[in-house]
Design a protein around this ligand. Sequence first.
Ligand SMILES: [Fe+2]
Length: 227
Amino acid sequence: MNATTLNPQTPSLSLGMSIQQQVDDSISDLLASLPDPKKLSAEQRRGIIARYSAVLEGNFIYWMTGALLSVRSEQARSIILDNLHEEVRDSHPEMLRRFTLAAHAFPTDSDAMAVHRDLTKVRLFVGRLSTVQLVIMMGFFEGFIQKFMSFLAYLAGDQGSAEREYTDVHGVCDIAHTEGLFRALDSEISLNPPDPEANLFEGVELLSSLIRSIVQQTATNNGCKPI
Ligand SMILES: [Fe+2]
């Protein structure tokens, strides 16, 4: 057992398990808020894929790099580095762009601006490098997109696309990524317990708002005017 392995009897494991349960609940709430894909118009389908692509293509590796910079335990570093290696080696941004282009949903400036405000909040949060909150946010995200992929693939299919590599890969590999990030979280909590007064779900809340903007286009297009 190394210095960062948790003893099952330690309070930190209980905290980690409690956090994972709350993250699972947040994922379920977000999934339950998704619209019925059969009732979406072609423009609504295009918009969801476009806004998802506008956010994910250029930000996921950056967010995960923020998590890497923030962690202190060797176990967490190793888990997050493996995740980043896969993203870069297999060029997941290129995979996502191919998926988006095949669905005729390359983001316009309006798509990018529709998520601008909520994306900025997430970026500034990531920049604070708050270890536990950031690892929780990434665990939440990996868990969410794994279950979101079937919805996204359905939209692409109705857009006339048969390109599925991005959704197939992320519907499978993110199961292991989610489990890995919660092991990383346990290591970090064991090494550096969070302040009991801290809102451990700040990143989850900000990212949930961003995902709701992607799906529902409830954000403002320039931070001032309603769309
Ligand atoms: Fe990926």
